[in-house]
Ligand binder design. Sequence first.
Ligand code: PEP
Ligand code: MG
Length: 585
Amino acid sequence: MQLKGVAAAPGLAIGPCLVLEDIIHPDLTQKTIDSQDIQAEQDKVKNALDKAGKQLELIRDRAVADGQEEQSAVMEAHLMMLADPILNDGFLKAIENDLLPAVGAVQIGIEKQAAVFEALEDAYFRERAQDIRDIGRRVVNLLLGIQEPDVSNLPNPLILVARDITPSMMASVDAKNLLGIAAEIGGRTSHTAILANNLAIPAVLGCQGVVQSAHGLDEDEQIAVDGSTGIVHVGITVSQAEKLRQEIRRREEIHHELEQIKDTPTRTMDGVTVQLAANVMGPDDLDRIQAVGAEGVGLYRTEFLFMDRSQAPDEEEQYKAYRKIVEGMAGKPVIIRTMDIGGDKGVEYLNLEQEENPFLGYRALRICLDRPDLFLTQLKAILRAGVHGRVLIMFPMVSSLEELRAAKIFVDQAKEELRTADVPFAEDVPTGIMIEIPSAALIADLLIKEADFFSIGSNDLTQYTIAVDRMNAKIGQLYTSFHPAMLRLIKQVIDPTIEAGGDKFIGMCGEMAGDPKATMLLLGLGLQEFSVGPAGLLRIKKIIQGVTMDEAKLVANHAISMETAGDVEEYLADAIPEDLKKYLL
Ligand code: PEP
Ligand code: MG
């Protein structure tokens, strides 16, 4: 039987499975207590919170000892949520005012907080609901005297299946015996997914029915998790198992083959070189991008430094994070994007208001221009990091020339402040913009006169151009970057940049740059820099190395004359030379 979920961490694993029993808590949200028991129930909550904190500290400390930075960071975030005074006061008040028992008070408080997260537009923040429920489950287990499922010592190599594989489980799991995971809850940006990626463990999340199907298996039946396609095969037959093993071998061969080209130049067969950079979320990604020979960082999403915390990072903390990446890249260019938060990505301490249309609202550069305190702090940290290598500053969500001009004035002011304070910084830092709003694409010829470079944000450019919310699963099938309008806009951005010449350059850092189907098209249109997630970087290099510029131009010219997204995509997949088609997956 095949089930489809979210492809949350790439790779294909096959093996026996361990189904974790779901611990069902009694619902005590309707129960009441006598008023003389208030104090005792409140003490129980305080005690359980205390113990939960100690458990989380233990998991964090183990992760630190094992050098697992991402795991320890997630546990640190859980500790912060657990210590939130508003949440804790809420538990105690619910006992006192509503006469709820300890368990009921925690259940209600946690669900309230989870609902706040779930109401947010941004998938990353919505999935923080899973984190808060993970914490709540731990506290309720302690209150009810239920043992936490222990996954820190798995008996043999296996695939873990559960309704919910929580971030705290992933932070404490016995990774050497974990082949893969499949769960009914969770999405691509859940902490479970992030940790699975970090541990290089194939994961399929949001896979409904997987627990029940896995429950029905005989002892000797196996399960396969394909974290690249989102498919879980349950109860596979001997012949299916053999086929899947062949597929694993095939992917391993491709992986091995691709590893061989990691230090070779990204150059077409007829000698045209392009820049192949990687997208990062923070210093933890350095190892991964170095392992694939990234030629730079084409997009550093700095907003992640501002999330999951109670106040904005100060200049020093930001400087240290940026410096780590800049030094790690040893002179290769690092494009640091100023924070892209707000509206949909509500950061609590910024107290942003709920908006009708957050994607069209107060976000990214719009916040920065309105909050000099935040913007100048970040710009100064970036300029200081520039002393340690090659840094470029990039502004997100630029829609007009006025915004670019205003942002550049802030850069000058940040430099002036550093100069006055006698703090070393890089004077010569190019400033560029993301082209992710159609208005910016349409005036690219004007913008390029005042920007040093462009990077096309195809993710947002697609959603704004074809009016399809990139987060809305219901209309997910409408979301495509191969729409003829997108092709025309991309060309309209590339042409004037090339014409401007000099040191100006045009890149792309949206997902489209990492889609092998788009490689010949983008190359043929003249894209000079591709910035992609590390997992898919070498496939793009292989395709660039396997084609000529003339071939790519022919393909691009033909694709741009086509009438529908479906036709474009089909044509592009077909146009890839036969020997390179295997890199499409
Ligand atoms: C984009 O919009 O294409 C982009 C790279 O930015 P983000 O995905 O962070 O919005
Ligand atoms: Mg964007």
